[in-house]
Design a protein around this ligand. Structure first.
Ligand code: NAD
Ligand code: GLY
Length: 360
């Protein structure tokens, strides 16, 4: 097992990465301070992994809640059903919420933990590649609003992240690729050596080679933990983790939640950011092709959805959380492996970039 630490003073916590971790009861129970817990999962993940987590909790009074599966259920109504279960079972301020699932379960359960009785304990057990390399780490929790993605949320750190890589064996191929988009993101924004490693090893990751997957998860989490420790509440460099996300969130909202997977949407967005950076003279045509190539090899989309007009993109992007005082900053590539957050583009260049992104 690899254990990394997210350094946040008294709120520091471990990220445990390895196989068969769900069978190691102590790994979970040491992070449950009280004598009660609620395991929140969904109808796809629970039949696969709920038993293992329940067995770990033998000495703890626990309840389970199975939510419907899908991004379209990451909303206030479903969040309310978590509060209902907590209240109906008299679960108090010393209870622990255990999020067992992908990023949707992690984000909604995390927000419930942040807000129920002004905050209860939280443990993340991520079961998708995307959630193991990104969403379970760093404390961003949220639900979607019909008008905008992740618009209602809080920063709230878990007490531990337990990433059992065995769970990835049951993941659909499309979901694996979606997670690879966030892995590739770390290479593109701040870790050029990792990008080179990915270019040589993407085939092994798609084949689920256990050693390659474990390495990619560890390196991604190291990158994320460093950024979060330096800028927990995104007053600066944490925004770089949103490469492609302003375009991507527009796609997710515009197409309808769940139609494009999160990683698919940000893959398309990372190409759009590359084209825009090229227009600003920051990266070369070759660099743009390099971004496209690694994403295409990971079976991710590299063009914008035809169903969404440029006007729709602009409208939805203007709602992004990176808009401050009416100005939208975008994460762009100053050079490969070196992202910046910038407003050094004109509206005309942005519109031109979107218009050119419908074909490869
Ligand atoms: P997801 O949670 O919808 O999971 C994808 C699918 O895989 C679901 O159908 C799920 O039921 C299924 N699944 C989960 N684990 C499985 C397993 N082991 N075997 C088989 N099927 C399994 O999606 P995701 O890609 O994990 O997460 C995307 C979400 O994460 C988005 O809502 C996104 O906004 C959010 N996100 C949050 C952060 C953050 O910092 N909080 C960062 C990135 C993404
Ligand atoms: N996924 C972006 C962040 O955690 O900041």
């Amino acid at each position: 097992m690899i254990s990394l630490k997210v350094n946040l003073g008294e709120r520091s916590y471990p990220i445990c990465i390895g196989h068969n971790l769900l069978e190691q009861s102590e790994l979970l129970t040491q992070h449950i301070p009280g004598n009660s817990a609620l395991i929140v999962s969904n109808e796809t993940v629970a039949p696969l992994y709920m038993d293992a987590v329940e067995k770990s909790l033998s000495d703890i009074r626990f309840k389970t809640l199975i939510l419907p599966d899908g991004e379209e259920h990451k909303n206030l109504n479903v969040l309310n059903s978590i509060y209902d279960t907590l209240l109906e079972n008299h679960l108090d301020r010393n209870t622990t919420l255990i999020a067992l699932g992908g990023g949707v379960i992690g984000d909604i359960t995390g927000f419930a933990a942040a807000t129920y009785q002004r905050g209860v304990h939280l443990v993340q057990i991520p079961t998708t590649l995307l959630s193991q390399v990104d969403s379970s780490v760093g404390g961003k929790t949220a639900v979607n609003h019909p008008i905008g993605k992740n618009m209602i949320g809080a920063f709230y750190q878990p007490r531990a992240v337990i990433a059992d890589t065995n769970t990835l064996n049951t993941l659909e191929e499309r979901q694996l690729s979606s997670g690879l988009a966030e892995v590739i993101k770390y290479g593109l924004i701040r870790d050029i050596n990792f990008l080179e490693w990915l270019e040589s090893n993407i085939g092994k990751l798609l084949d689920r080679d256990p050693a390659a997957l474990a390495y990619a998860i560890e390196r991604s989490c190291r990158n994320k933990a460093e950024v979060v420790a330096a800028d927990e509440r995104e007053s600066g460099q944490r925004a770089l983790l949103n490469l492609g996300h302003t375009f991507g969130h527009a796609i997710e909202t515009g197409m309808g939640y769940g139609v494009w997977l999160h990683g698919e949407a940000i893959a398309s967005g990372m190409v759009m950011a590359a084209r825009l950076s090229n227009k600003l003279g920051w990266i070369s045509e070759n660099d743009v092709s390099r971004v496209i190539d690694i994403l295409e090899r990971a079976n991710l989309p590299i063009t914008a959805p035809e169903q969404m007009s440029a006007d729709k993109f602009i409208e939805l992007m203007s709602l992004d959380k990176k808009v401050s005082d009416g100005v939208l900053k975008l994460v762009l590539y100053k050079s490969m492996g070196n992202a910046v957050i910038s407003k050094d583009y004109t509206d005309a260049i942005l519109r031109e970039t979107i218009a050119e992104s419908y074909s490869a």
